[in-house]
Design a protein around this ligand. Structure first.
Ligand SMILES: Nc1ncnc2c1ncn2[C@@H]1O[C@H](COP(=O)(O)OP(=O)(O)OP(=O)(O)O)[C@@H](O)[C@H]1O
Length: 235
């Protein structure tokens, strides 16, 4: 993929260390524009680190990123809806406050879509965040991100804590929603079996290196399901 217009995120020879620990090593990848791309790999592979660098929260030690044709920065983040790992909403607030916050501060926030998503995700706007279960809070954070009309969504483990049946239902709703919109979506997840129908491109990361990347359809034809590819790589 050489054409910049067709690539939403490009990483070239990116390295990132924490002390003596090398989290990302000479990572190269190109995420196709308008794709729903999976970032997959075992614990500690470097997925969250990668996402923090894409959103400008951290900078690479060496190498470069191009995100939506620009260098990652705080300014660029107005075009990105980022759901960080371990995201939490203020516990003493109601869901309604979260909507108000997003409406005021989040560029491209579409409140009508947010309210529709609340229904899809079984959330009641009068709920208090304090009493929410882990899965309910995960749904709230997901709804706030999905409601944004921005060109790039970066979702770090958005399904973590959500039960299997709800997850399948949410994934089905997301497939419809993504197919109607022109966004590029990057998702890291460990729930490969229930989510693999979402993805059209996948990047497998191991020990900070992108070890395999490509079209999901082709991978399935050549190697079976994404889950099988995962087992072949890490099993
Ligand atoms: N702030 C930090 N300080 C020190 N080490 C870190 C920091 N952030 C990440 N690391 C290390 O970098 C490596 C990659 O971590 P990262 O969180 O990116 O992995 P991950 O693929 O997202 O893992 P998981 O699937 O468990 O969420 C790990 O070895 C981790 O311990």
């Amino acid at each position: 993929m050489n054409d910049t217009a067709n690539v939403a995120i490009r990483a070239e020879d990116v390295c990132k260390s924490y002390g003596s620990r090398q989290a990302i090593r000479n990572l190269n990848m190109a995420v196709p524009a308008h794709s729903v791309t999976a970032i997959l790999g075992p614990n500690g592979a470097g997925k969250s680190t990668l996402m923090r660098m894409i959103t400008g929260m951290e900078t690479p030690d060496t190498g470069t990123f191009s995100v939506l044709g620009r260098k990652p920065s705080w300014e660029l983040n107005r075009w990105i809806a980022y759901l960080p790992d371990r995201a939490q909403w203020y516990s003493h607030h109601m869901v309604e406050h979260a909507l108000e916050w997003a409406r005021t501060l989040q560029p491209g926030f579409n409140e009508m879509r947010a309210r529709d998503l609340m229904v899809t995700l079984d959330l009641d706007a009068s709920m208090k965040v304090e009493g929410m279960s882990k899965g309910e809070e995960a749904r709230l954070m997901l709804a706030l991100c999905l409601a944004r009309d921005v060109p790039l969504l970066v979702l770090d483990e958005p399904f973590s804590g959500i039960d299997m049946i709800s997850r399948e239902r949410i994934v089905a709703a997301l497939i419809d929603s993504f197919s109607e919109r022109e966004q590029t979506v990057l998702i890291s997840t460990h729930e490969i079996a229930e989510t693999e129908s979402l993805f059209d491109y996948a990047v497998f990361v191991d020990k900070g290196v992108a070890v395999l990347a490509g079209d999901v359809e082709r991978m399935r034809a050549e190697r079976g399901s994404l889950q099988q590819v995962y087992r072949q790589l890490y099993g």
